[in-house]
Design a protein around this ligand. Structure first.
Ligand SMILES: *Cc1c(COP(=O)(O)O)cnc(C)c1O
Length: 377
């Protein structure tokens, strides 16, 4: 594997250049899908479950260089989250957002039910209450952050949260799936762990389930690698190949999707069928100042509240035709869904009439035409 020197390069370039094979004459430009569970003896990682393939290492090199840390590939985003949470000593306290990805919320509840952890749920945008939860006894072992949160768009003031979490001895992990590394690199604000559902923007084509962690400290990295390898939560070869391939176009996909989202947020905000738009790119959005200060873009996710009740929002999902009514996000195609149809999101405060909209890379006018006909019935 070529330890390509990408230092000093910008994320859009790193996404293209990092994790390539050694450029020997006649050598391929890409690491292929090597199908082998075991490898000739003589190296440290000589079994696939130990992350022993060139392809896994190429993916981890590319993502690590993008985020500015050391990466680990996982079989899914949930496997990556579980490695962090289930690696904590029994009885640990976790501080986590009230509005958070549904799978994370259910995993936290499961930790409580099994008597493995105590959890303090907070509004991650309310800095004073997060700091109070961090300073409460017993001292927490982990601050889990989503920013913006899913699907309520609460934005964390990451640097101050990291400072206080570290002062009380807690690790900080950021689920940065919604941002991708071209929009936010949490390690530069002192976070210890970045988590990605690579299923979303990194792979980018809704055809892969994969996850990743990127870690600042070598000891924490080694602990998480041990968790991954012991739990057998490694990604498969095809998934790793597709994700690394998807990452080559991450920057152009994000540029287009973000431009579409920014335009559609403004138009939705002015549409009489829409009660409210949650999108940090809007100047009067509560998260606008923090995202402007800390991120390199406003992302390509939008939540909006349809005027009316849950049934009115469901009707919009039934009427869209170009936009797909489906869960998930981060692919080239636009997806929409009503989050309160999930009991866990409703319990965490998602309004009945909230639609979460993953904006894709289609032409913005085609997306707008579809939204208008769906809103106006
Ligand atoms: C999808 C998602 C996950 C879970 O990832 P999987 O790859 O589906 O296991 C975690 N966090 C966020 C924000 C997500 O969108």
């Amino acid at each position: 594997m070529n330890k390509s020197d990408t230092s000093g390069l910008r994320p859009s370039t790193i996404a293209v250049a990092a994790g390539r094979p050694v450029p020997d004459p006649g050598a391929p430009l890409n690491v292929g899908i090597g199908l082998s569970a075991t490898f000739h003896a003589g190296t440290e990682a000589n079994y696939l479950r130990q992350g022993g393939s060139d392809l896994t290492r190429a993916f981890e090199t590319a993502l690590g260089e993008l985020e500015g840390g050391r990466a680990l590939g996982f079989g899914s985003g949930m496997a990556a989250i579980a490695a962090v949470m289930e690696g904590l000593p029994s009885g640990s306290t976790i501080v986590a957002p009230r509005s958070v990805y549904s799978g994370t919320s259910m995993l936290l509840d499961e930790q409580i039910r099994l008597g493995r952890a105590q959890v303090r749920r907070v509004d991650i945008s309310d800095t004073a209450s997060v700091l109070a939860a961090l300073r409460q006894q017993p001292a927490p072992a982990l601050l889990w952050v989503e920013t913006p949160t899913n699907p309520m768009f609460e934005v964390a003031d990451l640097p101050i949260l990291v400072e206080v979490a570290h002062a009380v001895g807690a690790l900080v992990a950021v689920d940065s799936t919604w941002n991708s590394p071209v929009v936010l690199r949490p390690l530069k604000y002192g976070a210890d762990i970045v988590m990605h559902s690579a299923t979303k923007y990194l792979a980018g084509h809704s055809d892969v389930l994969m996850g990743a962690l990127v870690v600042a400290d070598d000891d924490v990295w080694a602990q998480l690698k041990a968790r991954r390898d012991l739990a057998g939560a490694v990604p498969g070869a095809l998934e790793t190949y597709l994700t690394l391939r998807g990452m080559r176009t991450l920057s152009v996909r994000m540029d287009r999707a973000q431009a579409n989202a920014a335009e559609l947020a403004v138009r939705l905000n002015a549409h009489p069928g829409v009660e409210r738009v949650l999108f940090p790119g809007l100047p009067d959005d509560p998260g606008h100042e923090r995202v402007t200060r800390l991120h390199d873009g406003y992302g390509a996710m939008i939540s909006f509240l349809v005027r009316g009740d849950g049934a009115a929002a469901d009707a919009v999902c039934e009427r869209v035709s170009l936009i797909t009514h489906a869960t998930s996000l981060g692919g080239v195609e636009s997806l929409i869904e009503r989050r309160a149809r999930y009991a866990v999101d409703a319990a965490n405060g998602a309004p009945a009439n909230l639609l979460r909209f993953s904006v894709g890379i289609e032409h913005v006018e085609d997306l707008w035409d579809d939204l208008v006909q769906a809103l106006e019935g």
